[in-house]
Design a protein around this ligand. Structure first.
Ligand code: SF4
Length: 87
């Protein structure tokens, strides 16, 4: 099973995760135009190396390993992936 992290609807766009992700897997970044439009940030499952650094800095505990998503948040795996598919 693929292993990567997922940002859920608990995201408050504090943007702390952007500074620690070494894989450029979290978007939009502060300089990308989508930032003003999105309700949350998203992790690209193809870039994420599953390091967990973003989990450690997230103030709102919004980030989960995909296989550890609570039942009611499982839909966010597809929501994160969908953000990158439309690019
Ligand atoms: S788990 Fe690591 S690689 Fe994946 S989004 Fe978080 S900081 Fe980036």
């Amino acid at each position: 099973m693929a292993e990567y992290h997922v940002i859920t609807g608990k995201c408050i766009k504090a943007l702390l995760c952007l500074d620690v992700c070494q894989a450029d897997a979290i978007h939009p970044t502060a300089s990308e135009p989508e930032m003003a439009e999105v309700a949350q940030l998203y992790i690209d499952p193809d870039r994420c190396v599953n390091c967990g650094s973003c989990v450690a800095v997230c103030e709102s505990e919004a980030i989960y390993e995909v296989n550890e998503l609570p039942e009611e948040m499982k839909k966010f795996a597809e929501i994160n992936t969908a953000f990158y598919k439309k690019k």
